[in-house]
Ligand binder design. Sequence first.
Ligand SMILES: [Zn+2]
Length: 659
Amino acid sequence: MSKPFYVTTPIYYVNDVPHIGHAYTTVAADIMARYNRMCGREVFFLTGSDEHGQKVEKAAIAGGETPQQLADRVVTRFQDLWKRLNISNNDFIRTTEDRHKKAAQHLFKHVMDKGDIYLGAYEDWYCTPCETFLTELQLVEGACPDCKRPVDKIKEESYFFRLSNYQEALLKYYEEHPDFIRPESRYNEIVSFVKGGLRDLSVSRMSFSWGIPVTGHPEHVIYVWFDALTNYLTSVGYPDDMARFEGSWPADLHLIGKDILRFHAVYWPAFLLSAGLPLPKRIFSHGWWTVEGEKMSKSKGNVVNPHDVIDAVGVDAFRYFLFREVPFGLDGDFSTNGLIGRINSDLANNLGNLVSRTLSMIEKYYGSRVPYRPEKDALSPDDRQFADLLENLHGEVTAHMNQQTFSKALDTVWQRIDAANRYIVTNEPWKLASEKSDRLEPVMYNLYEAVRLVCLEIYAFMPATAVELWTQLGLTRAVGALEDIVPRCASVTEDRVRREPFQWGWVKSTPEQQITIEKGRQLFPRIEKTEKNLETKNEVKKVEQTAPVQEMERISIDDFAKVELRTGKIIAAEKVEKSDKLVKLQVDIGTETRQVVAGIAKAYGPDVLVGRNVVIVANLKPAKLMGIESQGMLLAASDENGLALAGFERDVAPGSRVK
Ligand SMILES: [Zn+2]
C-alpha cells in the first residue's frame, strides 16, 4: 500500500469557542484532503483537540468540574462544527486519550535517552494566588495581568530540551528544503529567527498537574507544546504500530495559523531530528481574518461565529468565500458586503447562469437527453479549441492545489466558467436550434462537458453542491456518485496518472444507452442583504423565491428575446387625476419619447421620478388606462416593503437594449 497523503490541522485548545480562524484552517485541510482523494490518492486527514495545561485545569476548578469533565463537555463544540462544515477528517485525536499519553511519554523518553533532555531550573515570574508562571512580556506594569497582584521571581526544577544544539541542523534543513515553510515570507522569518540563536527549551512543569507525567518523574508533567505536537505521530500508530507509522509518516502538510509557526517550524522539527524521525514535508502558515476591517476580539464583540454564517448563506458559499476572497497565506477581511458580493457575482451569476442555461437548453432541445459526443477530430476549430481549454483545466488547478494557492485555483476555474458563458453568447445555440443546424449537438456537448469538468474542480471547495450538481447532470444514475466513481477512475500510480474523468469526452451518451439530466433545485441562489452586518445574527437571508424555478413554465432564450426591454429616462411626470395609483410619464428611450401610464403613484411622487433611469418594455401593444394611452410598461417589483422600480447601478444611456 502506498503512503497516504497525510494532512493535519493544529489540535485546537479545547476550551476555546470555535471561530472563523478555526474554521479556516480546518476547511483548508478538508479541501486538500478531498482534492487528493478525488485524484485517486489515499488520504489521511487528522484534526483534534489539545486538552492539557494549566488553563484547562483552572477553568475546570472554577466551574466545579474535573478537567476531564470539562474537556468532554466542550470538545463537542469543535466536533459539531466540523460535522456542519462537512469536514472529512479520518481521525479526531484528543490529547487525553491513552494512545496519545503513551506516544508523548515515548517520544519524551526517546529524546531524553538520546541526551537531549536534561534537568535544570526554570526561572520566571510567578503569581502565587493564580499559580501561574508569567514571562516578562506578559506582566502588566510589573504585576499579574489577571489579578493585578505583585509577582515573585521563582525558580522551579524543569526538564530542558537542548534546542541550542539544533541551530545548525535546522538551518541546513531549511536551506535544502526551501518549500518546507510556506509562504515564503514565513520561511524567511523563521530562518532569521533561528540564525539569531536558539535557547534551550523548558519542556516540563511542576506547578500544575493536568498533563502527561514524565515517565519515572511523575512530579513533572510534559510541557503542553511537546505534548500537543506529538499528536501528529500518535494518530498514525506511534509507538505501538510502527509498521503503520512508517507507512504513513511524515505528514505531507501541516496547516497552521501564523501565531503557532515557531512551534511547528522550529521546535517540532528539532524534536523530530533528535528522535531520528523524518520531518514533515511542508508547514503552511495562513494569515488572520479581520472583521469589517477591524481586528477580531472578544472585547469588541465582533468574533465571527461560523454557525451564524452557515445559517445565513449555507455551508458551501461560506467555504467558497474563505478561499476565493484572499490568497492563502495573507491576512484577509471578512465583511458582509464581500461575502454577499462573491456569492451573487461568482456563484449566482457566473456559475449559476452557466448551469441553468446549459441544463435548460438540454431539456428543451433534447428532451433532457445528454447530447451525443462528437468525434473530437470532427469539431470545428472553435469548438475544438474550447474542448481543449476545458481539458487543460484539471492540470492547471492541480498545479495550484499542490502549492495551496487556493484562490488561484478558483480563479482558474472561474476563467473557464466565463469562457463557457462567452461560448454560449458567441455560438447562440438557440439560433442553431431554430436553424436545425448540425452544430447544435457538438456545441451543447461542449457546454455539458464544461459544467461537468467545472463540477469536478469545485468539489473540494463545495462538496455538497458538486455532488448535487453531478446528480443533476444525470451522472449519479448513469455512472455512480461523484465521490465513489471519480477516485476509482482517476487512481494515480507513481509514474503514470490516469485522468479520464478529467478529460473532455469522458461522458458518452448513446442511442442505446442514453444519459438524461435530472434538473433539480437551483444550486446557487442569490443572497440579499437585509440587515447591517454579521455581528447581528441572520443579517443576510436567502432571497425568497415566489416559486421554485423548476416548477415554472420554461421559455427559451429566443422567447425571451421577443420582449424588447430598453433603458429609458423619465423626463416628465404628473399624477393622473382621480386616480391614487397612476402616474403619467414621458420617457426618453433614445430614439423617441414614449408616454407611459404606470401604477406607481403610491410609492413614487412625480417629483422624485423625473431624471430616474428605468427599464421599459418597448414592444408592448399600446393600451388605454383611464382614457390615457400608455405606450410601454415599466419594470418593478413589490414585496412587503412596497413597490420598487428596476434601475441600474450607474447612469445608462436611454435606448440601450436590456438583456
Ligand atoms: Zn495573579
